[in-house]
Ligand binder design. Structure first.
Ligand code: PLP
Length: 441
C-alpha cells in the first residue's frame, strides 16, 4: 500500500513516468493527451528543451539563496521581464511558490497598505460567489465556492460574496450584456455601501473564472465598471490571474483584454508551466511606495520566496512564449478549438453552453438544454467524464458544483500552447467519445 497521502484515499492513480510534448505517459506505456495542463499549468507541454536547459544551468550554478540574505539574477531578471509587460501601474513583483500563496500575500499586502496609509478601519474583502482563490485559509475564505468552504467555515475570516459575471445563467431575458454587467457593478456598489465604503479594503475577482465555473468570461464593460467603482471608493482591485494569466487567454495578462489595470495581480500556474513551482503577486507603485515610505518592509515571507531555480525556469517559460510568438498561436489555436467544440457539441442535448477565450474553454453540462436544469449531483457526471476521458487517453478537467457549489457540472479545457492542429482534432474527438460514453446512458 502506498504511504503517500493521495488526494483521494480510495482511488489508485496511474504512475506518470514521462512527459513528451503535449502528452504524459504512464508506467504501462499508455499516453494521455494533456488537454487541461493538469490544472491549467503545463502551457509549454511536458518536455520543453529551453526550460529544461535553463533549470539545469541554474541549478548547477546556484540552486537557491534565501531572500533575507541575497537577491539573485534570475529573480531580478524575471521581475524586470514581467513588469515591462504588465498592466500600467504595476511596479514590483513579490515571488512565492504557488497561487494560494500569491493570493495570501496580496490580501495581507492590501491590509498593510491601508494600515500604513492611515486607514486602519479598512478590513473588508468582497469577492464573488463561485470563485476559487486557493486552499490556504485566507484564500479559501476569499473564494466563493460553497462546497470547498463548508467544512472549514468556522476557521474562515468573514468575506462578502456578490454575484459572479456569469451570463449563461445570470443575464435575464431582454437584458443586454452591457446592462447585465452594469447591474452587477451596481450590486457590488450596494455591498460596498452596506459595509461602509471606508471600511472596504479590496474587491477580488478572476478575470476569467477557471476551476469553479469553467472558463467564464465577463460581459463587455463589466471590468471597466468594477475598476471605476473601486476608484470611486478608494478600494483596491485584486485580480487573480493564477489560472487565466500568462498567455492562457491569448494575452500575457488576462486584464489586458478588459483594458484595465488592477492594484494587485496574482499569477502562478503557467508562470512556471509545471517545470518549477512558482507564483507571484504584482504590486502597484502606489502600494510599494506607501510601504517604502512607511515601515519599509512587508510583514510576511516564506522560505522559498524568489527561489533561484524556479525563477530561472519561469524566465525561460516567458522568453519561450515571446520568442515563439505563442500568444498569437494561442489566439489562432483557440479559434480552432472553439470551432471544433461547436461542431462537435453545439447540438448536443446535454451541453448547454460553450464559453472561453484563447486556449481556455469550458463546456457546461445540463440535463435539459431548454430549462438549463443541472444533472442530479449524485450522478457525479463530471467525475465519470474524467474517468472516461482518462480511459480514452485524454486529460481534461471536469468539475461539479458549477451553479452553487453542489449542483451543475462543467468540463474545463486548458491545453498547451504548443498543440498542433491534428492534436486539436484528437482532443475534441476523444472528448466526444468520453461524453458519449457517459451522457448517452
Ligand atoms: C484562480 C486561482 N487562484 C488561486 C489558485 C490556487 O493556486 P495553487 O493551487 O497553486 O495554490 C488556483 C488554483 O487552481 C486558481 O485557479
Amino acid at each position: 500500500m502506498s504511504h503517500v497521502f493521495h488526494r483521494n484515499l480510495r482511488q489508485s492513480y496511474p504512475t506518470a513516468v514521462k512527459g513528451d510534448g503535449a502528452y504524459l505517459i504512464d508506467s504501462e506505456g499508455k499516453s494521455y493527451l494533456d488537454a487541461c495542463g493538469g490544472a491549467a499549468v503545463s502551457c509549454l507541454g511536458h518536455s520543453h528543451p529551453a526550460v529544461i536547459k535553463a533549470i539545469q544551468q541554474q541549478v548547477s550554478k546556484l540552486a537557491y539563496a534565501h531572500s533575507s540574505f541575497f537577491t539573485s539574477e534570475p529573480m531580478e531578471q524575471l521581475a524586470d521581464w514581467l513588469i515591462e509587460r504588465a498592466p500600467a501601474g504595476l511596479e514590483s513583483v513579490y515571488f512565492v511558490s504557488g497561487g494560494s500563496e500569491a493570493v495570501e500575500a496580496a490580501l495581507k499586502l492590501a491590509r498593510q497598505y491601508y494600515l500604513e496609509k492611515g486607514q486602519p478601519q479598512r478590513r473588508h474583502i468582497i469577492a464573488r460567489r463561485q470563485s476559487y482563490h486557493g486552499n490556504t485559509l485566507g484564500a479559501l475564505a476569499t473564494g466563493g465556492n460553497a462546497w470547498r468552504r463548508q467544512p472549514f467555515e468556522p476557521l474562515l475570516m468573514e468575506v462578502s460574496h456578490v454575484s459572479p459575471c456569469y451570463a449563461y445563467r445570470g443575464q435575464q431575458e431582454g437584458e443586454s450584456a452591457e446592462a447585465y454587467g452594469q447591474r452587477l457593478v451596481a450590486e457590488l456598489e450596494q455591498e460596498i455601501l452596506r459595509l461602509g465604503s471606508d471600511n472596504v479594503m479590496a474587491f477580488v475577482a478572476e478575470p476569467v473564472v477557471g476551476a469553479t465555473l469553467g472558463a467564464v468570461t465577463a460581459v463587455p464593460g463589466y471590468f471597466k465598471g468594477i475598476r471605476a467603482l473601486c476608484d470611486r471608493y478608494g478600494i483596491l482591485l485584486l485580480l487573480d490571474e493564477v489560472m487565466c494569466g500568462m498567455g492562457r487567454t491569448g494575452y500575457l495578462f488576462a486584464a489586458e483584454y478588459e483594458g484595465i489595470s488592477p492594484d494587485l495581480l496574482c499569477i502562478a500556474k503557467g508562470l512556471g508551466a509545471g517545470y518549477q513551482p512558482i507564483g507571484a503577486t504584482l504590486v502597484s507603485g502606489e502600494i510599494v511606495n506607501t510601504l517604502r515610505n512607511g515601515s519599509g518592509f512587508f510583514q510576511h515571507g516564506h522560505t522559498y520566496i524568489g527561489h533561484a531555480t524556479a525563477c530561472a525556469a519561469a524566465l525561460a517559460v516567458m522568453k519561450t512564449i515571446e520568442k515563439d510568438e505563442l500568444l498569437t498561436q494561442v489566439q489562432r489555436l483557440g479559434h480552432g478549438l472553439h470551432e471544433r467544440l461547436q461542431a462537435q457539441f453545439d447540438q448536443h442535448p446535454h451541453i448547454g453552453n460553450i464559453r472561453g477565450r484563447g486556449l481556455f474553454w469550458g463546456l457546461e453540462l445540463v440535463a435539459d438544454r431548454d430549462s438549463k436544469a443541472a444533472f442530479d449531483p449524485n450522478l457525479k457526471v463530471h467525475a465519470k467524464i474524467k474517468q472516461a476521458a482518462m480511459q480514452a487517453g485524454l486529460m481534461c478537467y471536469p468539475m461539479g458544483g458549477t451553479l452553487d457549489g453542489r449542483q451543475g457540472d462543467h468540463i474545463l479545457l486548458a491545453p498547451p500552447f504548443i498543440l498542433t492542429d491534428s492534436q486539436l482534432d484528437e482532443l475534441v474527438d476523444k472528448l466526444g467519445q468520453a461524453c458519449q460514453q457517459v451522457l448517452a446512458r
